[in-house]
Design a binder for this molecule. Sequence first.
Ligand SMILES: C[S@@+](CC[C@H](N)C(=O)[O-])C[C@H]1O[C@@H](n2cnc3c(N)ncnc32)[C@H](O)[C@@H]1O
Length: 246
Amino acid sequence: MRQEPFDFDGAYGDAYERLARTVIPGYLSSFRQALALLQGRLGPRARLLVVGAGTGIEIVTFKRAEPGWRLTGVDLSAQMLDTAEHRVREAGVEAGVTLIHGTVDDLDAADLDAADLDAADLGAAHFDAATCFNVMHFLPDDGAKQALLRGIANRLPPGAPFVLFELHGDRAAPDFDELFAAWSRYWKIQGMGGPERVEFRARIDAGIHWASEPRIRELMARAGFKDVRRYFRSLLYGGWIARRAR
Ligand SMILES: C[S@@+](CC[C@H](N)C(=O)[O-])C[C@H]1O[C@@H](n2cnc3c(N)ncnc32)[C@H](O)[C@@H]1O
């Protein structure tokens, strides 16, 4: 069987958080930046959907600052969710946190009941905001990226904020090679050893489905988002905040 380049239920999942802190410029800060942006748009009892909850850093960052927020994290990896559950419990912020194994399409009324929502909340739009960090770049642009964004948009009411953060770039653009080379040097500067850099590069080549910023904006618009603004860029990582359109 072919090994997935990013096996979140295996060795890569075990190493993920250390690697993310090493290779993603401003990794921990990225969640604090999203928090700061969302605090400006949401009230103290907001319901957030966290797509690709990973090891739970984002949920704990949000809950520590906003204990009244109700967070539903979805993730395809049972291993990552175990780590998230442990971290949430250790931080003592489990009240109002629901972790669901699957994708946004697996969210159903039963899960939302478990998220302690009022029956009246169970309409078409279940959340006040959503985030998706470091997920979409793993999906091919064959309809899968679009379906992810549509699934998120479908769970938000008009005007609701959405934060997207991920690797991006147009491989044919003149600046791509320079940025990629700089990003690779950054891994070394951050202390990643030679063999690990070779292995990580192989994972990137096999498992990242690059999209340019204009393509990301197009996918977001087609999914039903408007007012897309980039608030962050560092090397090949970008962060955008948008609103659900009518
Ligand atoms: C690189 S990790 C990012 C985790 C976290 N958001 C972060 O930034 O640290 C990607 C996570 O997304 C999950 N994932 C991938 N595709 C997904 C999907 N369609 N829906 C939900 N989770 C997904 C993986 O299992 C993995 O835990």
